[in-house]
Design a protein around this ligand. Sequence first.
Ligand code: OXD
Ligand code: MN
Length: 585
Amino acid sequence: MTTSNSELQSWVDDIAKLTQADEIHWCDGSDAEYRRLVQQMLADGTLSELNQETHPNCYLHRSDPSDVARVEHLTFICTENEEDAGPNNHWMAPAAAHAKIDQLFDGCMKGRTLYVIPYCMGPLESPYSRCGVEITDSPYVVINMKIMTRMGTAALQRIEKDGTFVRGLHSIGELDPERRFIMHFPAELSIKSYGSGYGGNALLGKKCHALRIASYQARTEGWLAVHMLIVGVENPAGETHYLACAFPSACGKTNLAMLIPPESHKGWKIWTLGDDIAWLQVDEDGQLRAINPEAGYFGVVPGTNEKTNRNAYEMIRHDTIYTNVGVTADNQPWWEGLTEGTPVLDWQGRPYDPEVSPAAHPNSRFTVSASQNASYSTLADAADGVPIAALVFGGRRREVAPLVYQAKSWAHGVLVGAGVASETTAAAAGEVGVVRRDPMAMQPFCGYNFADYWAHWLSFEQRSDKLPGIFHVNWFRQNKDGDFLWPGFGENLRVLRWIIDRCEKRVDALATPIGMLPAIADIDTEGLDIDPAVMEELLSVDHTQWSAEMTALAEDFSRYGDRLPTELSHQLQTVIEELAAKDAA
Ligand code: OXD
Ligand code: MN
């Protein structure tokens, strides 16, 4: 008997039998275990050493070239009723899904070690945290989970105390894209993932547990799992406000979480609590609080440099696992966007030829402990999380969305979140600038019908009269020539300051049909070389474009039929009517 939790013990026994694993290893999460696995992977070629002088304890993993990203078309939510998964998910009936995937697991660990990874999502002592156990045959998954979660003996002790855990079964299988599935069984709090070693498909604590399964569990338990960074903004007087911000991918979430205040903002400090996922709870005083369920960052490498994200650039110079980057002649990691060094090998280990491939895969990743970040907040370990002053949604929009606006109410804020959309970037060939709807930045991650998710969000208004303000930002407005209107990066602090001033009722705003906008004078542009006419453009609301935007949103909502909350339709209708009334006036 390896655990006093008999359900866990018998599940591990059953899986060992099904997969016919050679050996079973219960992970204790120790540094010695990590080092042992690294040595084993260096010996079998799963990892290679990077330059240990310039990058101590940094390793490179090259994944199978067919296995470099999340696979949304192979990701399923398996609920008894298809409508419960909603039009936002791929669905399979649970019995059919189990049958299909168990057949793949049958005998798949012959000759391999089965690792049992007990992990805790969130601080070990927090009532808001939830635990899981991942079974995997991939040591790469074990070492990544060690960085990304609180993993090992302490987590197992908590599981034995709580008596419950999310079950995640994973095998890399043959890494055959034809034999690859990521299945979620929300009612059973379980996940089965086969055929991929890629982070989002294989590190089951992250997207599978902390977003898809947690969003479902949170609905029954009265909290929210969201795709949001958590950041603290400290002013020169020492007051800190915490914001949770949701953005689709390629919108600079990690950069915002680690923002470096510009020269003009002496005395301001930014504290990172999380860069990807937040779990939100209302406390007994009605205050919304957030924890980051993760303990590390699994971030996109290309583009990271001293200018775009100095904190990230520095934190990945040691004790980091790199996946799918290029290397220089002296074995340093190299990626597009680095200002020094020359790659000699690309991410597949081939001689670098820019005609053939970028040096680093565009989705190459770093895995690093959050504590290595210079702006890391120790409150990321606080059992009661941090109080949230504002929730911020955003997208990449060349036009339409102003630099910042505030929702008129909580319910209107849910509409603002449900309306999040973002333009695809140059990385997606042939589709540059195409607007994709990504409600709450959760399109690939909501474990149930979005209509029910929005209803759950709306229900919070009945739970508290102290909910935070909801805002929308857009750092990506462009002029007709395609130049960005707003400088972005550290200067985004100026916009966060307006948001905080609104929360503290220190500044007025202008009411418009789409929400409350800043007066131009209320965004501090001191020291910025920005024309007042540009600020005017950044803070304008084009009624024709907005009417079209609301029509597109109504069309998207129509997919949800009767399940769409009446309150959400009402909020949308109000914006449409106010836009029409202004036009008529
Ligand atoms: C991520 C993602 O990796 O959102 O965080 O895809
Ligand atoms: Mn993410």
